[in-house]
Design a protein. Structure first.
Length: 87
C-alpha cells in the first residue's frame, strides 16, 4: 500500500522560491506533516476513495499561511501556495 505524503505543487521552487525564512518554511512543513497524518486517518483506503476531493484548505502558521489540497486517491496533500506575512 502506498504511503500518504505531501509535496509542493507544481514544485518547491514555484511555491516557496524566494522565501528565505527557514523557520517559517519549517513550520509550514511541520503542519503539512500533521495534515498528512490526519488525512491518512480519515481516508484509510485513500486509493479506493470514490467521492470528490475535499475543498482547498488554508492553514495559518506563525509568520504567514498556506493553501493546500488533499487528494485521497493520490494519497497526497499538495501545498499550492505559501504566503509570508509582511514584516
Amino acid at each position: 500500500m502506498a504511503e500518504w505524503r505531501w509535496e509542493y505543487d507544481p514544485t518547491a521552487e514555484h511555491v516557496i522560491g524566494g522565501i528565505d525564512d527557514l523557520a517559517f518554511i519549517a513550520r509550514v512543513e511541520e503542519t503539512a506533516d500533521e495534515l498528512v497524518r490526519a488525512a491518512a486517518a480519515q481516508y484509510l483506503e485513500g486509493t479506493l476513495y470514490q467521492g470528490a476531493s475535499p475543498a482547498l484548505g488554508q492553514e495559518i502558521v506563525p509568520g504567514g499561511m498556506f493553501v493546500h489540497q488533499t487528494v485521497p486517491r493520490h494519497q497526497h496533500v499538495y501545498i499550492l501556495q505559501v504566503t509570508l506575512a509582511p514584516r
